[in-house]
Design a binder for this molecule. Structure first.
Ligand SMILES: *Cc1c(COP(=O)(O)O)cnc(C)c1O
Length: 383
C-alpha cells in the first residue's frame, strides 16, 4: 500500500501520521553539522519553532525522544527535591525519572480524568516552602486526555523564588497555544512525533534564565543532556552533537506547512476535532446507553487526544483490534485503563473530514460489539 492510500487512517495519540511531503523532504543529502549550511538551516528553523512555543528565547533541538528532555529537566533543574504533579502515566514518568536520577521526589496525584489543580499545589507549597526546588507537570496528559491548567500552576510556582517549573508539552505543542514567555515557566519540552506530526527522533525545548542559572549550580547535570551546552550552541545556531539532520529537513518542510495553514487555524482545527469527538460520544450515549463517556472532566479536555470510556461489556483492546481490521489505527486505554477506554489521537495534520470517517468506523464496531455480532463472527472464525 502506498503511503497516500493509508493517509487519514492512523490516529494513535503518538506517533502521529506524517504527511508524504514531509517524509519526502528527508531524502536531501546529509550535510556537516559544523558548516555554514547547517547554520543557515538552524537560523531558518528558529522563528517557526519560537512561534510554536510562544517565546522569543532560543529553542533547543535534541536528537532524542521527548523523554530525553524530561530527563534533562530533572538532571539540570533540581539539586534537592522534586514535586511531581501526576494525573496519569506521563506525569508519573517524570516522577520515575526523578527517582532514577537520584532526586528525592514527592507526588501530588489526581485521579484519572481529573487535572492537577493550582489550588492543591498552592497548599503544598505554602505548607512547606523550601522543601522542593522543582515542580514537574504534564500539560496534555496523553494517557487520560486531560489538559492541565499550566498558566495557573505557573502562577502558583512563581510566588517562590527558588522553585522552578518544568512542563511536558509533548501532546500540546503544535496542537494548542503555548505561551512560554507569558506563562513564565522555566522549561517546556515536546517531541517531534505528536502534535507537530513529524517522524519520531527529535525533541524541542525552551529554558528560562532562572533554569540556566540553576544548571550552573549542578556540576553532575549530564553531558549529553546539558542545558548550558544546548543554550550556548543554540545561540550560535549550532547543535551540541551530530544531530539527526534528515529530521531537520522534515522539520523545515513541516514548519513551512504549519505557516501556510497558519498557527491559529491549526489550533482551531484541533479544537474542532476535539469538539466533534465529544459530540460523537454524546451520540453514542443517546443510541447505546449512558455508560459511554469521556474520561477527562469538562473544562480540562485536551484538544489533541480523547480517552473515551466504555461500558464493562465492551473491551478497549477488542475495539482497537476490530477498528484495525478495518484499516484504521487507534489506541486502547493506557495501563490499567487498557480495557476501560479507547484513545483517539486527533492531532497533527488530521482533518475533521478524516476524523468523521474514523468515528463512523469506530461507531460501527462499537454497535456490533454492543449487539454481540462481532463476538459471534470472531468465534465462528476460530472454530
Ligand atoms: C509520548 C509522550 C511522552 C514520551 O515521549 P517519547 O518521545 O516517547 O520519549 C512524554 N510525555 C507525553 C505527554 C507523551 O505523550
Amino acid at each position: 500500500m502506498s503511503p497516500s492510500h493509508d493517509f487519514g487512517r492512523f490516529f494513535l495519540p503518538g506517533p502521529t501520521e506524517v504527511h508524504p511531503e514531509v517524509l519526502a523532504a528527508m531524502q536531501r543529502p546529509v550535510i556537516g553539522h559544523r558548516g555554514p549550511e547547517m547554520r543557515e538551516l538552524l537560523e531558518r528553523l528558529e522563528p517557526g519553532l519560537q512561534e510554536l512555543f510562544g517565546t522569543e528565547r532560543p529553542v533547543y533541538l535534541s536528537t532524542s525522544s521527548a523523554t530525553g528532555l524530561m530527563e534533562t529537566a530533572i538532571m539540570n533543574l533540581s539539586a534537592t527535591r522534586v514535586l511531581a504533579l501526576v494525573c496519569g502515566a506521563f506525569g508519573d514518568r517524570f516522577r520515575a525519572i526523578a527517582e532514577r536520577c537520584g532526586r528525592p521526589v514527592d507526588v501530588i496525584r489526581a485521579d484519572p480524568g481529573e487535572p492537577n489543580t493550582a489550588r492543591r499545589l498552592e497548599l503544598a507549597l505554602a505548607d512547606d516552602p523550601g522543601r522542593w526546588d522543582l515542580v514537574t507537570v504534564v500539560h496534555s496528559e496523553t494517557s487520560t486526555g486531560v489538559l492541565n491548567p499550566v498558566a495557573e500552576i505557573a502562577e502558583a510556582v512563581r510566588r517562590y523564588d527558588d522553585v522552578l517549573l518544568a512542563v511536558d508539552g509533548v501532546t500540546s505543542v503544535g496542537g494548542t497555544p503555548i505561551r512560554f514567555d507569558d506563562w513564565d515557566v522555566d522549561f517546556l519540552l515536546t517531541g517531534s512525533q505528536k502534535a507537530i506530526a513529524l517522524p519520531p527522533g527529535l525533541a524541542f525545548g525552551v529554558a528560562s534564565d532562572r533554569a540556566l542559572q540553576r544548571a550552573t549550580q549542578i556540576p553532575a547535570r549530564s553531558f549529553y543532556f546539558d542545558l548550558l551546552a544546548f543554550d550556548r550552541r543554540a545561540r550560535e545556531y549550532q547543535t551540541t552533537n551530530t544531530p539527526a539532520v534528515s529530521l531537520f529537513y522534515a522539520l523545515d518542510r513541516q514548519l513551512h506547512r504549519i505557516a501556510t495553514e497558519g498557527l491559529g487555524s491549526r489550533f482551531d482545527r484541533h479544537a474542532s476535532m476535539a469538539a466533534r469527538t465529544v459530540e460523537w460520544v454524546d451520540e453514542l450515549r443517546a443510541n447505546l446507553g449512558s455508560e459511554f463517556g469521556i474520561l477527562a472532566l469538562p473544562g480540562f479536555r485536551s484538544p489533541t487526544v480523547t480517552a473515551v470510556t466504555l461500558p464493562e461489556s465492551i473491551s478497549g483492546t477488542r475495539v482497537v483490534a476490530s477498528v484495525k481490521s478495518r484499516g484504521f489505527t487507534i489506541a486502547p486505554g493506557y495501563g490499567e485503563l487498557k480495557d476501560r477506554c479507547i484513545r483517539i489521537g486527533h492531532m497533527g495534520d488530521h482533518t475533521i473530514e478524516e476524523l468523521e470517517v474514523l468515528l463512523a468506523v469506530i461507531g460501527e464496531v462499537i454497535g456490533e460489539l454492543a449487539s454481540g455480532d462481532v463476538v459471534s463472527m470472531e468465534e465462528g472464525a476460530l472454530r
